[in-house]
Design a protein around this ligand. Structure first.
Ligand code: PGA
Length: 249
């Protein structure tokens, strides 16, 4: 059994003060006793103060992006080592907003995943088709390409430290969630593909989480599907009351 994995992606929201307040509230609401992995991904500026607030809480910290370069003259970039230094355990890579708005291609996503892994960070690797691609019945082809190219040259040990987030682009921030059966179909496909590329044990143990308009009302039905191991939550993770309901689905 894969432990339920619930991550909140705050995107470009919250000041340091708001982020620390949230972390303190979440810490008091979340006892950490139940076997689940709870992660929050604040913006870069709030990472370190949130890491301090979360100490000994069992709640994990994630960044939303990283550079694929080690260090040097890359104005505006943040390296893997800086994220580790700030207290991150996870990093979101290949989010559809990065792909669509910042032109991130599969190859750069692949080098970011490698960089995260060699630095000791666990990647939350995002994939998903657009509405057009779904309508043109390209969903499985797109998912297969994103996985094969994103995970190029990674071995079994690498994959064991990775979480895959299936986020259909048409469901992100739109209020349109994939119906649980629709998501399950893709999650099962992802797991089969991982089995083909690696092995049965890796495929059984990997967390494949769903993202796209997850909220306290739909989380239960999504989590009831056999291949959905958790959620990557955007909008509904900004409010601590709604996020804790999702965690406790
Ligand atoms: P949403 O975002 O929950 O607001 O749809 C999910 C995501 O982008 O990870």
């Amino acid at each position: 059994m894969v432990a339920p994995f619930i991550a909140g992606n705050w995107k470009m929201n919250k000041t340091i003060r708001d982020a620390v307040d949230f972390a303190n509230q979440l810490k008091s609401l979340y006892t950490g006793l139940d076997e689940r992995e709870v992660v929050i991904a604040p913006p870069f500026t709030a990472l370190y103060p949130v890491a301090e607030a979360l100490k000994e809480s069992g709640i994990r910290l994630s960044a939303q992006n990283l550079s694929d370069k080690t260090e040097g003259a890359y104005t505006g970039e943040v390296s893997a080592m800086m994220l580790v230094d700030a207290g991150c355990e996870y990093v979101i890579i290949g989010h559809s907003e990065r792909r669509a708005l910042f032109s991130e291609r599969d190859a750069v996503i692949n080098s970011k995943i490698s960089m995260a892994l060699v630095s000791g960070l666990k990647p939350i690797f995002c994939i998903g088709e657009t509405l057009n691609e779904r309508e043109e019945l390209q969903t499985f082809n797109i998912i297969e390409r994103q996985i094969k190219e994103g995970l190029n040259n990674l071995n079994t040990d690498d994959i064991r430290r990775l979480v895959i987030a299936y986020e259909p682009v048409w469901a992100i921030g739109t209020g349109k969630t994939a119906i649980p059966e629709q998501a399950q179909e893709v999650h099962a496909f992802i797991r089969q593909l991982i089995e083909k590329m690696y092995n049965e044990n890796v495929a059984r143990d990997i967390a494949v989480i769903y993202g796209g308009s997850v909220n306290p009302k739909n989380i239960g039905d999504l989590m009831a599907e056999p291949d959905i191991n958790g959620a990557l939550v955007g909008g509904a993770s900004l409010d601590v009351e709604s996020f804790i309901k999702i965690i406790r689905f």
